[in-house]
Design a protein around this ligand. Structure first.
Ligand SMILES: [Zn+2]
Length: 305
């Protein structure tokens, strides 16, 4: 995780197709000073207020993570949020001229590349974080999916998925470092089953979806994309990416060991709300740092610059 707050060095303009609307979305990323947080604002609707990217503003988790409602709603945030979180950027305003963030190639690699090219600026303020003090676990109503967290000296995640008949069990352990995030997690694309594509189209969803922005898995588990997979376990890597994106809605990094089985955006958010609300699980730590020094604020907790 990161010791100092960060923003972008300059404004960044990006455009691309929205996965669900199929429309061209234009985004402007605007640097903000320390302690601002990440904000999204619809600029196509006059009067739409900026919405803070935080757990309490999450309004929809059905296929992607959305915040805000009505004319102020912005969806498909998670890959951009994952890239921001992975690079330690926590102060930014994102203006968007429609209801969703562009899907780009379905991964976070283009986001990470563009953000780093624009420049990540370190601010002269320490970054608060949450330390996990007590273990907590949550499963969904079916008992098929679960997430747990336990105290640890750095951030790590063990993630597993399985879609019988389509994706065999894939498990991956991820210990956070910026370089491992950019190299091993960012390039993993979103995936869907061919049989679900028609259902989504009938519901006016995934109108912008194509083999250019998703891995599509056929009826016998075969990969329909001519270029194949980027990693043999690309699907579980993408689940890690989504999880990291969803976690950024806690607004501060969480230092602990997570375990996630067959999770998705809905359970991720329910879990996050629980650990933020239930007393005794997280402790918010305000590091008191010598700005010129490199001593860690808390013994045994791994932080990066
Ligand atoms: Zn995703």
């Amino acid at each position: 995780m990161f010791r100092f707050q960060k923003t972008l060095s300059q404004r960044l303009q990006i455009s691309g197709i929205g996965l669900h609307s199929g429309k061209l979305m234009e985004l402007v990323l605007i640097p903000l000073p320390e302690d601002s947080g990440i904000w999204f604002q619809r600029v196509d609707n006059p009067g739409a207020r900026p919405i803070c990217a935080s757990t309490e503003n999450v309004s929809d988790t059905s296929l992607a993570t959305s915040i805000g409602a009505g004319d102020e709603k912005v969806g498909t945030l998670e890959h951009l949020l994952a890239a921001l979180g992975g690079l330690g950027i926590s102060n930014l305003k994102v203006e968007v001229n429609g209801p969703e963030v562009p899907i780009l190639d379905g991964s976070a690699a283009p986001w990470a590349t563009m953000l780093q090219k624009a420049g990540v600026k370190t601010l002269n303020a320490p970054r608060p974080f949450y330390l996990v003090k007590k273990a907590f676990a949550l499963e969904d109503a079916t008992g098929e999916k679960f997430i747990s967290v336990s105290p640890a000296s750095s951030f790590s995640l063990e993630c597993s998925i399985e879609f019988p008949g389509y994706v065999k069990n894939q498990s991956k352990y991820f210990s956070f470092s910026k370089s491992a995030f950019v190299r091993d997690i960012c390039p993993a694309r979103t995936f869907c089953l061919e049989k679900d594509v028609e259902m989504m189209r009938q519901n006016n969803l995934a109108l912008g979806g194509s083999l250019d922005n998703a891995v599509v898995i056929g009826t016998n588990g075969e990969i329909l994309n001519p270029e194949g997979l980027r990693f043999p376990d690309e699907c579980v890597r993408h689940k890690i990416l989504d999880f990291l994106g969803d976690l950024t809605l806690a607004q501060y990094p969480i230092i602990g060991h997570f375990s996630a089985y067959k999770t998705g955006h809905a359970l991720n958010q329910e879990f996050l709300k629980n650990i933020l609300k239930k007393p005794g699980i997280l402790e918010k730590v305000m590091p008191e740092l010598e700005f010129t020094g490199f001593e860690l604020p808390i013994t045994g907790v791994a932080l990066a610059s």
